[in-house]
Design a binder for this molecule. Structure first.
Ligand code: CP
Ligand code: NVA
Length: 312
């Protein structure tokens, strides 16, 4: 059976744990190495992945490309506008062709339906590099970062942590919701009305045993939490920028709110960030911000995701 990486809700606790452990181990093994150096165990030798983008990307693009090189494989990057996909060729036809050329495909898609169509017709593993619905690679990096931070501070396991999402109920939050049951962290959510997380996703996670409290005020969400997490107020593809900029200011994370969290609380943001909107510059640049480690960990976590897809 082909192992696609489409949603964290598809993965078991053991799968998630194995990917995180591998990511930590690979990161540690590369300390001090040039970034282009091959890993000691280049698990992807002889493999080529296609990296396809329907939307802009900095982190996903560079982290996948470098990660694949470190694993001994190679990549081909294309935007959909370079491809017939951008002129109306279906995802189903595209992937039946690409499956003949490459060993795996990472797709960043406008619509989650395009990703599932690709996976349905693919003969090779498909990895989700963000859709309008979720962003599972990001959350693997975020969980890895939370574990690193915990090791350096309070020492808690993920299952003992309280994570607080303050801001838009968007694709990044969906992936935190999707892994909550398996990993056991408590998730608190504070989003303005009209911008709350997908109700079906929330109910499905709760039915699996996730400890999630939604519809909180920012103050309720932040109090004593181990991490405050947010994202931009206007995601790629959102067309209601003015309404959003009017609705979100009470949800800005500032130093006053961060002080109400646990003393060692981490501030996370997937980037790109907009200082003065979802958080103040003081919080973003402050000592509790782990955003650069979080960005670096995209690469380590995705290498482990790729290896998991290939059973390596
Ligand atoms: N966080 C993230 O996915 O960044 P990019 O959009 O730059 O890939
Ligand atoms: N929610 C953001 C994440 C960007 C990495 C977006 O979809 O634009």
């Amino acid at each position: 059976m082909i192992k696609h990486f489409l949603s964290l809700s598809d993965l078991s606790k053991a799968d998630l744990r194995a990917i995180l452990d591998d990511a930590h181990a690979m990161k540690a093994a590369r300390l001090g190495q040039p970034k282009g150096a091959l890993d000691k165990d280049p698990a992807l030798s002889g493999h080529t992945l296609a990296l396809i983008f329907e939307k802009s990307s900095t982190r996903t693009r560079f982290s996948f490309d470098m990660g694949i090189r470190q694993l001994g494989g190679s990549s081909i990057t294309a935007t959909s506008s370079d491809m017939q996909l951008g002129r109306g060729e279906s995802a189903a036809d595209t992937v039946r062709v690409l499956s003949r050329f490459v060993d795996g495909i990472m797709l960043r898609a406008n619509s989650h339906d395009t990703l599932t169509e690709l996976a349905t017709y693919s003969d090779v593993p498909i990895i989700n590099g963000l859709t309008d619905y979720n962003h599972p690679c990001q959350i693997m990096a975020d969980l890895m970062t939370l574990e690193e931070r915990a090791k350096a501070t309070h020492g808690k396991d993920l299952s003992e942590m309280t994570l607080s999402w303050i801001g838009d109920g968007n694709n990044v939050l969906v992936s935190f919701v999707n892994a909550a049951a398996q990993l056991g962290y408590a998730l608190r959510i504070s989003s303005p009305e009209g911008y709350r997380v997908n109700g079906q996703t929330l109910e499905a996670a709760k039915a699996k045993g996730a400890n999630i409290t939604a519809d909180l005020t920012p103050a309720e969400a932040a109090k004593g939490a181990d991490a405050l997490i947010t994202d931009c107020w206007v995601s790629m593809g959102d067309t209601d920028k003015e309404e959003r900029l009017a609705a979100f200011p009470p949800y800005q994370i500032d130093q006053k709110l961060l002080k109400t969290a646990a003393p060692d609380a981490a501030f996370l943001h997937c980037l790109p960030a907009y200082r003065g909107q979802e958080m103040t510059a003081e919080v973003f640049e402050g000592p509790q911000s782990v955003v650069w480690d979080e960005a670096e960990n995209r690469m380590h976590a995705q290498k482990a995701v790729i290896k998991w897809c290939f059973g390596k």
